[in-house]
Design a protein around this ligand. Structure first.
Ligand code: C5P
Length: 218
């Protein structure tokens, strides 16, 4: 039997990263934060002076990324960038470069190598549809835009950053629109994915639901 994969796809700030990492820890599986690869590509392109809409240029940057993932740490060419890739500017840049087919193709093999060991939990937009279509469980994890904006707001305030609820909501909607309307691997719930709306759930409840589903799927 091949290495089992749990795919957790959904919109930004839905909490899928937190849930995916917790499910992976509970099962002793690896964890793939695919959004980080798009964020790293946007950051590396910016630093190299490559425009985010230069498809061939950004694809070359994606193919050449020198990245090392650790626990709560991401190194790009030796430099810690876990904070630098989470800014609002890089979030928008990531969603721009993610709309370019050559960039998605360049990042595909980098995602597939994460499938090793006891199992893998991957989170993103197209893990269940494109990266690992044979995932044993596919979850579409979402929450209302208002709930997602509120979570992002509390997270920023909690870290001591200034935050504006209205601006966050607008940014989220803009990124949702770009992610859903693009022609390659658009954000959408596929028919073989189960819907998990976490608007009224705690993280623990969401994690337990995924573990339950996985238990019945394997
Ligand atoms: O999940 P996260 O917000 O970190 O992803 C950043 C951006 O990367 C998203 O807005 C989306 O455009 C893109 N992305 C993608 N496919 C994935 C993961 C992320 O297109 N599998």
């Amino acid at each position: 039997r091949s290495v089992p994969v749990i795919a957790i796809d959904g919109p930004s700030a839905s909490g899928k990263g937190t849930v995916a990492a917790r499910v992976a820890a509970a099962l002793g599986f690896g964890y793939l934060d695919s959004g980080a690869l798009y964020r790293l590509t946007a950051l590396a392109a910016q630093r190299a002076g490559v425009d985010w809409d230069d498809e061939a240029g950004v694809a070359a940057v994606a193919a050449g990324l020198e990245v090392v993932f650790g626990e709560g740490s991401i190194r790009l060419a030796g430099e810690e960038v876990e904070g630098a890739i989470r800014t609002e500017e890089i979030s928008q840049g990531a969603s721009k470069v993610a709309a370019l087919p050559a960039v998605r193709a360049a990042l595909l093999f980098r995602q597939r190598v994460f499938r090793c060991g006891a199992g893998l939990v991957g989170d993103g937009r197209d893990i269940g549809s494109v990266v690992f279509p044979d995932s044993r469980l596919k979850v579409f994890l979402t929450a209302s835009a208002e709930v997602r904006a509120e979570r992002r707001y509390k997270q920023l305030i909690g870290k001591g950053f200034p935050a504006n609820m209205q601006a966050i909501l607008l940014d989220l909607r803009e990124r949702d629109r770009r992610d859903s309307e693009r022609s390659v691997a658009p954000l959408q719930q596929n028919e073989d994915a189960v819907l998990l709306d976490t608007s009224g759930l705690t993280i623990d409840q969401a994690v337990d639901q995924v573990l339950d589903w996985y238990g019945s799927a394997s």
